[in-house]
Design a protein around this ligand. Structure first.
Ligand code: URA
Length: 243
């Protein structure tokens, strides 16, 4: 097939993918490389070094999201909170959505619950917060920290799923009911299913309690520690007896 014709097909497919994302549909079941290629084209996603490629892809996704007005949450936000951490992260934490502090700063988990999450990562797991990746189901703060609504989750979740495709972590850890339900389905029950391994595609997923819940219910911390130990073993990290 002549090169020009191939280019046209490529551009058409890429535009089709954009429409898919805009209307919240999952992309067709292609390999990560093919999806990235279709979504972001040759520039900013297809360099040979994995490090540069990952960064470019996350950056390209961030710029694709842009000054998002796809759902009503944009009206009350100060900053869209995309996520932060290492593009090479083996572990991704997924929370619910930005709270007041995160909205002001533009980074995930920087308030009281975030401080506790950082302690779990740095003191409990003995890895740096920078080495993991932290993001949320919805990228903009729901008013008065209410739960994100179904239409808001449906609008935003293709972006979380694309982040996870780009990152290809070894383990995903969902924090709380909303993140568990968003990735595992509406039947997910946090008290019943936390601490058990699930999968998202081929990726092992461990649901645990949200750190904000732990602030209100400190006795649940021991459960989170059990769940975190399971993650550590899966990642080949040493678990100290009294950790
Ligand atoms: N709670 C969340 O679920 N996410 C954040 O980023 C902060 C608090």
């Amino acid at each position: 097939m002549p090169e020009e014709e191939l280019k046209e097909v490529f551009v058409h497919l890429r535009n089709q993918m954009r429409v898919y994302e805009e209307i919240g549909l999952d992309p067709p079941p292609l390999s990560n490389a093919a999806l990235t290629y279709l979504q972001f084209g040759l520039q900013g996603g297809m360099t040979s070094s994995k490090r540069v490629r990952d960064q470019n892809s996350l950056q390209a996704l961030r710029s694709f999201i842009g000054d998002c007005r796809r759902c009503k949450l944009h009206k009350g936000r100060t900053h869209l909170v995309f996520g932060e951490g290492s593009p090479q992260a083996e572990l991704v934490f997924v929370g619910e959505g930005p709270g007041r502090d995160e909205d002001l700063v533009g980074k995930p988990f920087v308030g009281e619950a975030g401080k506790l999450l950082t302690k779990i990562i740095e003191n409990g797991m003995a890895v740096s917060r920078k080495s993991v990746y932290i993001c949320n189901v919805v990228k903009c703060r729901p008013p008065n920290n209410r739960d994100p609504e179904r239409d808001e989750i449906e609008t935003c979740i293709p972006f979380l799923k694309q982040q996870l495709r780009i990152l290809q972590p070894k383990v995903i850890c969902t924090l709380g009911r909303i993140a568990g339900q968003a990735l595992l389905g509406e039947d997910f029950r946090i008290t019943r299913e936390r601490g058990n391994w699930h999968t998202l595609g081929d990726t092992p997923l461990m649901p645990t309690y949200h750190p904000a819940y732990l602030l209100r219910n400190p006795s649940a911390k021991r459960h989170v520690w059990e769940d975190v130990q399971k993650i550590m073993r899966r990642l080949g990290l040493e678990v100290k007896k009294n950790g």
